[in-house]
Design a protein. Sequence first.
Length: 380
Amino acid sequence: MIDFDQVIERRGSASLKWDGAAQRFGAEVLPLWVADMDFAVAPGILDALRQRLEHPIFGYPERDAAFQQAARTWWQQRYGWAPAAEALLSVSGVVPALFAAVRAFTEPGDGVVVLPPVYPPFLAAVRDNHRRLELVPLRADAEGWYTIDWSALEAALAKAKLLLFCSPHNPVGRVWQTTELQRLIELCRALGVSLVSDEIHADLSYATHTPLAQLAPEAVVLSSAGKAFNIAGLGGGVASCADPDLRALLAAELQRSQCHHINDLGMLAAIAAWQTGAAWLDALRAYLRENLDFLAAQLHERLPQVTYRVPEFGYLAWLGVAAYGSDTEITEGLRRAGLGLNPGPSFGPGGNGYLRMNVATPRAVLGEGVERLLQALDSA
């Protein structure tokens, strides 16, 4: 198994997170921002890639059937659910598929509902495709627990053709409960709204994750091994939709957009992850949870005015820092302290006064991040 405490030097590896941080933040920083992890991947993935690299030719691959079957088997093992083989489509990535789904299921000017604060490509997928963005901000209580504003959602859905849903929800840390998903599905069905669910972080859930398509076969679920197994740089993903008419619309748009291809190494890595990586993933999730608890203890003792609720999945901590200054003041404090975090306003309405911190790093590095956060907020 991997030693998750091992610090691996990533500078010089063309890493967006590390090599691209200075350009993004305007200074040299400790980068705890973009959602990839500072851990070596599961041994089975490396073994599969090394074996493939023994062959010196890298032509067009033919692994889609094996790739999709590996995804189905993985879902069955983890969630007790798997779509039919014909329900699956290969995609070059979850984000390209998200953009393609907006074009497949709506026309320019149509309303698309998004629940911010949310992963920024949700907002871009609507705006960049010239659809009308219907925003339904999530509601947060004083302790950082987020819920859906059901009356506002119903009003927005009445003016829309499509709901883009994030499950689990990045960045607020929610794994949606089955009762919430059922209520969401009922609203969409009653109002004739198509439903697309990005579930790329599902395998990192600590609470029980229910695939949306398990409850609503007509829903489109987008998934990938990229986040859970730290192979996002290799690309690739899968879309599931049991409704043949909707699936045909999506497949046609994926073809038009040419985002239905996956490179051979990306498919091979995902297959190896799903077939051999379960024990590694369980160990990773335990380590990530310890990091999240470590952060909670540090904040409680040293930065008690930060609003932080341990997320129900993954490694993205959503920190409410409004008590320490304005967004501009916080940004400047982070720059002086040399810490790179995602600013909350980039996640849309509801993001002001927040930061997103990636804790998927060795605990010693996370500890340094906490020290710099303390310095940043003290100087804001």
